[in-house]
Design a protein. Sequence first.
Lengths: 195, 195
Amino acid sequence: MTVLERLIGNLSRLPGLGAKSASRIAYYILRADKNYVRALAGDMLEIKEKIRNCPVCANYTVEVPCSICSDPQRDRGTICVVEEAKDVSTIESTREYHGLYHVLLGAISPIDGVGPDDLRIDKLLARVKEERTTEVIIATNPTVEGETTAQYIIQRLRTLEVKVSKLALGLPVGGDLEYADRLTLARALQGRNRQ
Amino acid sequence: MTVLERLIGNLSRLPGLGAKSASRIAYYILRADKNYVRALAGDMLEIKEKIRNCPVCANYTVEVPCSICSDPQRDRGTICVVEEAKDVSTIESTREYHGLYHVLLGAISPIDGVGPDDLRIDKLLARVKEERTTEVIIATNPTVEGETTAQYIIQRLRTLEVKVSKLALGLPVGGDLEYADRLTLARALQGRNRQ
């Protein structure tokens, strides 16, 4: 196996890349500027070296604690609960949320052998108590696993004096009724807002 | 800018990757096995270090001349002319061709300022004379640039005693007449084979 075939094989393990797109990228790299390829390879190694999970919220970070946990400008009374660290940057990209985060590092999934104790749920309850949190916003995925996890956390938080909310389900903005699936449309109806 | 943002930016410069797929890959790398990421980054650097164009046919190679040019089993009387080095592996993947190659390193394109002298066409003629080639198969792309290049090479080769052929144009195998574009269908009709 040549190094080019090996690179194509390694590239095709990346999410969303098949054999064809991996080969296209490998040939692009062959012809690309050397400094660009050095930067790309260097970045890959650097994120593996430097980036870890914040010990407080489990968001990806270089500093400890992360820049969100240590930012005095953020609303420290609100915690948004997400499944994965990458969900933090998705929510940050809306620029609508100014509180703190808590990453569970997964979702309850009996099929995959993931139970509540495998997630950072006890740590969430400890934070809510210690940090005197006023609202927990649950932003798990709208899937069976995410919903199960959300319901479990809602139960656990009932013992504490904290407001609990969940992201709204409904039609995607810019979407067309015709293309909405039945479940989404049903949730949009259930969650209809009086005007 | 964090190293993660920088990696996403560098990944999104790769062909076929947008901001979303680049971000998905970056987060995959964050969680991936360290040895895998080291291998991936190492391969990228290694192909830039080691792989060059064969001085005879301009195919990508580590050895000089390349493994095809130096293979005594290949039919040395036939040369297949392609635009880019990556086209060699595409044709090799058919396992239908056993001759030599000649990579032009581009195609005639007045808009991009690429003329016949910018391509390895003189070198092709020199090879045909020196190597006493019996057939040249032109396998440029079925585009305006590829066709222009093919016609130019056919003209130049007329002065030499060599058989010249071009890849057949027609319907893709497994395709449906309904989905064939008008030009492809017209070419398939022109090139119809008597049965």
